[in-house]
Design a protein around this ligand. Structure first.
Ligand SMILES: *Cc1c(COP(=O)(O)O)cnc(C)c1O
Length: 359
């Protein structure tokens, strides 16, 4: 059904003046564009009624399945302003991951070309909302169960939607590094669970730990594995890398409990192509502490589409805290971040074919 989008432009779009004001300091996830994409799914009929229309509230029945059983998945990706146009970064990877999430949650696949077309349609119609400079247009494709039924079963109806938000830095003030709280009270994902699916429920389950992190004066929470409470898994919404004094890097392996980040995958590729040894292997909280103290560990950074690449300066837990390196952004972190963002913004060559222009 590609290219069968009905386009209904917003009859009362934001004025250029108001938009310019909003784009001055958009923050993260608060400034929304004028349009949204909605595509419907009904069992037996498939995906249909694809529309690009004015962004606005939805009417859903109070018995809509998503409100009760959380059958919902999402993606996060960005459109960037290049010197001569707009581009997405590896959108086919988001489309593929969306379907992995869909299968885990017993939801229908969204054909990859429909997914990408939906995203591109929104970027095109709201192109004036893509900030320049260090900003970008954060795109949020999502799908939820919309059958009106309280029985527990996979829904027979879904909505696939895309909304967009003009964004600046994810962490307030664009800090040089963040402080993290290692949660020993809560875990994020268990073997056999939904940790590798990008589903809203994972975030709901992480919020209390994130709240504790904030209470401890930290920016983010770090989760340990559920089985042994020993191995570092990831942050609430970011993957993590450790840089050693011999130049090698370690990142936790994808074994079903960690979200397979596209930023993570891109960083591994960039690092290996620089000749860096990257080991995808378990790394424990105890080892992290010991290596930071001995100086074997020189940098740690978190990465994801929203926060890009952000150094972790200080780590706090129930038994105290430690600082990594000098507490700021290390050399390897800065170099990989600059290379990645350079490719995304078209200032560094893209030998991987990661950048997809939106005409
Ligand atoms: C989305 C997400 C990430 C990062 O994935 P990217 O594709 O790099 O944006 C990491 N962890 C969790 C839990 C996530 O939801």
């Amino acid at each position: 059904m590609t290219s069968q989008f009905t386009i209904l432009p917003n009859a009362a779009p934001t004025s250029a003046e108001d938009r310019a004001k909003l784009l001055e300091n958009p923050g993260f996830g608060r400034v929304f564009t004028d349009h949204m994409v909605v595509v419907r799914y009904v069992e037996g009929k498939g995906w249909h009624d694809a529309e690009v229309k004015a962004r606005g509230p939805l009417q859903i029945d109070p018995a809509s399945a998503v409100l009760h059983y959380a059958q919902e998945i999402f993606e996060g990706m960005k459109a960037y302003r290049l010197g001569d146009g707009l581009a997405l970064f590896r959108p086919e990877a988001n489309a593929a991951r969306f379907n992995l999430s869909a299968r885990r949650m017993a939801m229908p696949d969204v054909p990859e070309d429909l997914f990408i077309e939906a995203v591109e349609q929104l970027v095109r119609i709201d192109r004036d909302w893509v900030p320049g400079g260090g900003g970008s247009l954060y795109l949020r494709p999502f799908m939820f169960a919309n059958e009106v039924f309280l029985g527990v079963k996979p829904s027979s109806e879904y909505l696939f939607m895309v909304i967009a938000s003009s964004v600046g830095a994810y962490f307030k003030g664009g800090k040089d590094s963040v402080t993290v709280w290692v949660s020993t009270d809560y875990t994020r994902a268990a073997p056999g669970g939904t940790g590798s699916a990008k589903c809203g429920g994972n975030y709901a389950a992480s919020l209390l730990a994130q709240k504790q992190a904030i209470e401890q004066g930290c920016d983010q929470v770090v989760f340990l594995d559920a089985a042994e409470r020993k191995w570092i898994e990831e942050l609430g919404g970011m993957n993590v890398f450790f840089v050693m004094d011999d130049g090698s890097m370690v990142t936790p392996p994808l074994q079903g409990t960690i979200l397979p980040g596209i930023t993570r995958d891109s960083i591994i590729r960039l690092a290996r192509d620089e000749g860096i040894t990257v080991r995808e292997e378990p790394y424990s909280y105890e080892q992290w502490k010991a290596d930071a103290r001995s100086g074997k560990l020189v940098e740690t950074f978190a990465c994801g589409t929203a926060a890009v690449v952000t150094a972790i300066g200080t780590v706090k837990g129930e038994d105290g805290e430690f600082t990594i390196g000098a507490g700021g952004t290390g050399q390897t972190t800065a170099r990989l971040r600059d290379k990645l963002t350079g490719i995304q913004r078209g200032t560094v060559a893209d030998p991987y074919g990661w950048v997809r222009r939106v005409g």
